[in-house]
Design a protein around this ligand. Structure first.
Ligand code: NAD
Length: 258
């Protein structure tokens, strides 16, 4: 029986890579996120066709608890209870704290932190009933260390790590495993935007941001690949990962080892 996986924020970047990899491993997959409808339909259809699984798309805005609830009801009706939940949707905003737009703070906390609370509380009952569930929270190196000008993001990512540990303990004796993956810099749309924003905030060129800010933090001096994160996510759904619970798994070229 194929399992049912939801990957939030999977119309691009890391989430898309994880959705594709979970489908390649034989899971039915629900993709979610924003974008151009024709491009999203192309992505949905290609995942289904390439991997011979069911792939559904949910347009739920992960900052809206009522839309998250509606997504879970639809998925349960069409594919059964959720077995694998990947909380990946996230945005970034770079600004000195005194200028940080209040609406951006609220958005980042709602999307990067509170959405995982809503999806997890809705996934837990079905996982407990089946005595099996895997929750993977895409945190960040910024769940473990900080950078200036990213106060909301760092607060939300530190928060998701605490939430990961607490829910890992709650699920431990019910066959549920909850872990966080903490990537370093992956060159997705989110990072491309940050390069421009950081250049403005620090008054330096974009080349200098890549060399002196982003890859300065990463001892390998290489970006992490989406496929590196996707492979770890798939591994966490396998039997070999059964005793990994409540962990913060760094994939950051050695960033937080410093
Ligand atoms: P991305 O911008 O490529 O993808 C973000 C996804 O979230 C998109 O599918 C977008 O449509 C979706 N999204 C945005 N707002 C949404 C909303 N309100 N509701 C539902 N979906 C929404 O970015 P990415 O780099 O792939 O980031 C994915 C996750 O990985 C984020 O949580 C991010 O913090 C984390 N992360 C990224 C990096 C990196 O360097 N790229 C590093 C560490 C952690």
């Amino acid at each position: 029986m194929p399992r049912t996986a939801i990957v939030t924020g999977s119309t691009s970047g890391i989430g898309e890579g994880i959705a594709r990899a979970l489908a390649a491993a034989g899971n039915n997959v629900v993709i979610n996120g924003f974008g151009e409808p024709a491009a999203i339909e192309k992505l949905r259809a290609s995942i289904a066709a390439e991997h011979h699984v069911t792939c559904l798309y949910s347009s739920a805005d992960m900052t809206k608890p009522d839309q998250i609830e509606a997504m879970f009801s639809t998925v349960k009706e069409k594919l059964g209870p959720v077995d694998i939940l990947v909380n990946n949707a996230g945005v970034q905003h770079v600004s000195p704290v005194e200028d940080f737009p209040v609406a951006k703070w609220d958005l980042i906390i709602a999307l990067n932190l509170s959405s995982a609370f809503h999806t997890t509380r809705l996934a837990f009952p079905g996982m407990k009933a089946k005595k099996w569930g895997r929750i993977i929270n895409i945190a960040s190196a910024h769940a473990l260390v900080a950078s200036p000008f990213k106060s909301a993001y760092v607060a939300a990512k530190h928060g998701i790590l605490g939430f990961t540990k607490s829910t890992a303990l709650e699920g431990a004796q019910h066959g549920i495993r909850v872990n966080a993956i903490c990537p370093g810099y992956v060159r997705t749309g989110l990072v491309e935007n940050q390069i421009a924003d950081t250049a403005r905030a620090r008054g330096i060129s974009e080349e200098a941001v890549i060399r002196d800010v982003l890859l300065a933090a990463q001892p390998t001096k290489e970006f992490v690949k989406v496929s590196d994160i996707a492979a770890m996510a798939v591994f966490l759904t396998t039997e070999a990962a059964n005793q990994i619970n409540g962990a913060a798994l760094s994939i950051d070229g050695g960033w937080v080892a410093q």
